[in-house]
Design a protein around this ligand. Structure first.
Ligand code: ADP
Ligand code: ASP
Ligand code: MG
Length: 401
């Protein structure tokens, strides 16, 4: 008998029929003699709808109240799934994040899991029933609800699998696995039988939302057996593991991230310490900077350009404008109409032509590159958002065909 964690995303539990479909998958796994812990996301677009409801009231809600609101989504789906399981004759109990032992830090809306107290989970599993846990949520030391950030249910599932030493963690979603690019953008994208934790982490961080990047980080750290598969089509999915078979492909995938904004601080002093001052200011506010470009100094000044997540753009621009005199800058500009497109593959460091192949594909499609960043496992370019899908297709064609 194995212990299996099964996570179902929003589209997999979107309505009555989908809930019964999920209930059948879970019941079959349980009837086959396995212990099953299920993690669910909110139904369909519920989380977006809740965010919109808050937006009708204020654009400045506190993190605490936002978490109180957003946690409601997963509460609905976990109870409905238990009812569907019960209709199928499968005993099940639902638990909210705090009941399932999810203790997090205090950072509302992007809380990190401190630990999972498994006592209750073990007790309920011991009663030979399915346990259905509300994903994406936990509780902090002040007993306030917290949420883990968008896509956080994947992380809830992997955290349970790690804490309970589960034999397998299955992430069920609306595509058949991890592909060489988003199959909704690239018709020719290929499903990967296997991918390494490192490559998956990079793809997820660079915008492939099929897995949340923190879930991949956790799975690697605790050696969780992780599988991504479809809740609608019972075919083999993708195994995410330490070392994946090469499949003769150096490039594992192309990712797109449209949630980025470019910021430029203009004409700052061209003296030592300016980059330190600018970026430490942003780091203090926990704003992650990604691609960075510094112009050549001219007449004692230079421009500093970089990208931040779109959600942090407003705060970053306000902060830099307020402190502009510290860098001698003349202004702060921003552009939300940009996208980051990246190629990922562990084998690329030993191949000198990866960058040129990527740039050629963009050139042939008349797509201008605004910034570039490379590491041993990826190359990212910043381009106009309007060109993003064309770029993903062109780059995919150049590498995967
Ligand atoms: P869920 O609601 O199940 O968590 P998500 O919408 O978060 O599902 O993630 C699944 C989606 O991720 C797919 O519908 C697909 O459009 C998108 N996606 C982006 N990149 C990839 C990729 N490389 N492989 C598979 N899916 C991808
Ligand atoms: N419901 C949350 C979201 O939409 C968490 C998740 O689906 O993983 O981001
Ligand atoms: Mg998701």
């Amino acid at each position: 008998m194995a212990l299996i964690v099964q996570k179902f995303g929003g589209s997999s539990v979107a309505d009555r029929d989908r809930l019964f479909n999920v209930a059948r998958i879970v019941a079959d796994t349980h009837n086959a003699g396995n212990d099953v812990i299920v993690v669910v996301s909110a139904q369909g677009d519920t989380t977006d709808d809740l965010l919109a409801k808050a937006g009708e009231i204020t654009c400045d809600a506190s993190g605490r109240e936002m978490d109180m609101l957003l946690a409601a989504g997963e509460q609905i789906s976990c109870s409905l799934l238990c009812m569907a399981l019960s209709e199928l004759g499968c005993r099940a109990i639902s638990l909210l994040g705090w009941q399932a032992g999810f203790i997090t830090d205090r950072n509302h809306q992007r809380a990190r899991i401190r630990k999972v107290d498994t006592e209750r989970l073990e007790c309920e599993i011991g009663k030979n029933q399915v346990v259905v846990v509300a994903g994406f949520q936990g509780i902090n030391r002040a007993d306030d609800l917290t949420t883990l950030g968008r896509g956080g249910s994947d992380t809830s599932a992997v955290a349970i699998a790690a804490a309970m030493k589960a034999d397998l963690c299955q992430i069920y979603t609306d595509v058949e696995g991890v592909y060489t690019a988003d199959p909704r953008v690239v018709g020719k994208a290929k499903k990967l039988a296997e991918i390494s934790f490192d490559e998956m982490l990079e793809l997820a961080t660079l915008g492939a939302q099929v897995l949340n990047n923190r879930s991949v980080e956790l799975a690697k750290k605790y050696a969780v057996r992780l599988e991504v598969l479809s809740s609608l089509n019972p075919v083999p999915g993708t195994i995410v593991k330490e070392v994946a078979a090469m499949e003769g492909m150096m490039i594992k995938g192309v990712a797109k991230d449209e949630n980025v904004s470019a910021i430029s601080v203009l004409s700052v002093h061209d003296v030592p310490g300016i980059a330190f001052k600018v970026f430490s200011l942003l780091a203090q506010r926990k704003i992650n900077v990604d691609l960075i470009l510094q112009s050549v100094g001219r007449d004692g000044t230079k421009d500093l350009s970089f990208t931040v997540p779109s959600t942090d753009r407003k705060a970053a621009v306000e902060l830099l404008t307020e402190q502009l005199s510290r860098f001698g800058g003349t202004g702060v500009q921003y552009d939300d109409g940009v996208a980051k497109v990246s190629v990922v593959g562990a084998g690329m460091q030993s191949h000198s032509n990866v960058a040129s192949t990527m740039f050629e594909a963009l050139y042939e499609n008349n797509i201008n590159i605004r910034m570039i960043s490379t590491s041993e496992i990826k190359i990212s370019v910043l381009i106009d958002a309007k060109d993003a899908n064309k770029a993903v297709n062109a780059i995919h064609e150049a590498f995967v065909g």
